[in-house]
Design a protein. Structure first.
Length: 389
């Protein structure tokens, strides 16, 4: 279903590099790279403001591309400089007051939980942890029993950075709607490796980055916020992009999700991120998922056959992320040894996923993350390299 030869031709580094770090930062395909450098060349030639004016149509293409990618409206999309900035823009703007309670699973992304912890201290919020089910994912059946009178919000990380788990986002969305709760979904690791439909998921806001499975540039991210929610909340910061200055004591917020944007931005990055979304849709999100999930499953199966290696991926459904440890092997040294063999991976220190690590007894982890341009031969090569660590 996927033309791997074309994907690899669009990714020249594949000739010499085994890139299993797509959950960190993937490799930009040639059309995305070209879109970015062409605009930078235009900035060099005519000036940044002038180049931006010339690129108005290409910049707007980012909004229409992500609206199509997420089954949203263009006015519900905002360009952000990172997934963290997008998530913070949504979370810190929610109208939570002392006594309100937030539901969260222990697999939540570290930066998100730190923001929640800070806000809980500042505003006097309560935090309720949803337990895991027998598959290690959020136990949706336990959620109704945790709802209290002041429960207002559900936070979920769709695909954790520290495991191959895919959370049941749609089931959580149904629960949130049934109990009239706000629902913020971190799709940083799922956007680009599987279909995302915000209407089907039922989330009020969804955030993500460009550099990971979407294969866009660094310094780019996006925010979806349901129009009805966006129109009734105040961003935690405003500037001349997010608001119109009407008088000494008056301003008017921009419509929809645009009220969360800043005037200064990475214009080349916005254009390239829109092109990355188009590239993913041209490849087909269903096709990408159908390739990467079995490829990652094959990698897990082979790794589990190695002496001293343990795979740490829970979940009824699992993503393109594969996490492992090897007895007696330091993860930092392993990463360096693999890099010396032109193999890219990430490491996940235990304290970057502290809640999950404590609950599951995790060590520091090696993280291999595959994309549709990766091959079965690369899986074999990686397994041999891990065996030799």
């Amino acid at each position: 279903m996927i033309d791997v030869t074309t994907l690899r031709a669009d990714t020249p580094a594949c000739e010499d590099l085994l890139h299993f770090n797509n959950a960190g930062a993937s490799l930009m395909p040639a059309p995305v790279y070209a879109a970015m450098v062409e605009h930078l060349a235009r900035e060099q030639a005519v000036g940044g403001y002038e180049a931006q004016a010339d690129a108005a149509e290409a910049m707007f293409g980012f909004y229409t591309a992500f609206a199509e990618l997420l089954n949203a409206e263009a006015e519900e999309i905002a360009f952000m400089e990172s997934a963290t900035k997008a998530w913070d823009a949504a979370f810190y703007s929610l109208p939570l007051v002392p006594g309100d309670r937030v539901m969260v699973h222990r697999s939540t992304y570290s930066s998100n939980y730190l923001a929640l912890l800070q806000t809980a201290r500042r505003r006097g919020l309560g935090i309720d942890f949803v337990p895991s089910d027998e598959h290690g994912q959020i136990d949706v059946s336990a959620m109704p029993g945790l709802v209290r009178e002041r429960t207002k919000l559900v936070l979920l990380t769709h695909c954790p950075s520290q495991s191959g788990l895919i959370q049941p986002a749609e089931a959580v969305g149904r629960f949130a709607r049934e109990h009239d709760l706000l629902y913020l979904l971190d799709a940083c690791q799922s956007a680009g490796q599987m279909p995302l439909d915000v209407r089907a998921i039922g989330c009020d806001a969804l955030t993500g980055t460009g550099r990971k499975f979407l294969r866009g540039p660094r310094g780019t991210g996006f925010l979806y916020m349901r129009r009805e929610l966006a129109e009734r909340i105040e961003p935690h910061v405003v500037d001349l992009e997010s608001a119109e200055w009407l008088g000494q004591d008056r301003y008017r917020l921009a419509p929809g999700a645009r009220r969360f944007e800043a005037w200064e931005r990475n214009v080349a990055g916005q254009i390239a991120l829109g092109r990355a979304a188009r590239y993913a849709m041209d490849t087909g999100l269903e096709n990408i998922a159908a390739r990467v999930q079995p490829l990652a499953a094959n990698l897990r199966d082979q790794l589990e056959g190695l002496r001293g290696v343990e795979v740490h991926d829970p979940g009824e459904q699992r993503s393109a992320i594969v996490t492992l440890s090897k007895a007696g092997v330091d993860v930092g040294e392993a990463k360096a040894a693999l890099r010396a063999q032109d193999i890219n991976v990430s490491v996940v220190p235990r304290d970057w996923a502290l809640l999950d690590a404590e609950e599951r007894g995790l060590p520091d982890l090696i993280r291999a993350s595959l994309h549709a341009f990766n091959t079965e031969a690369e899986v074999e090569r990686f397994v041999e390299a891990v065996d030799g660590l």
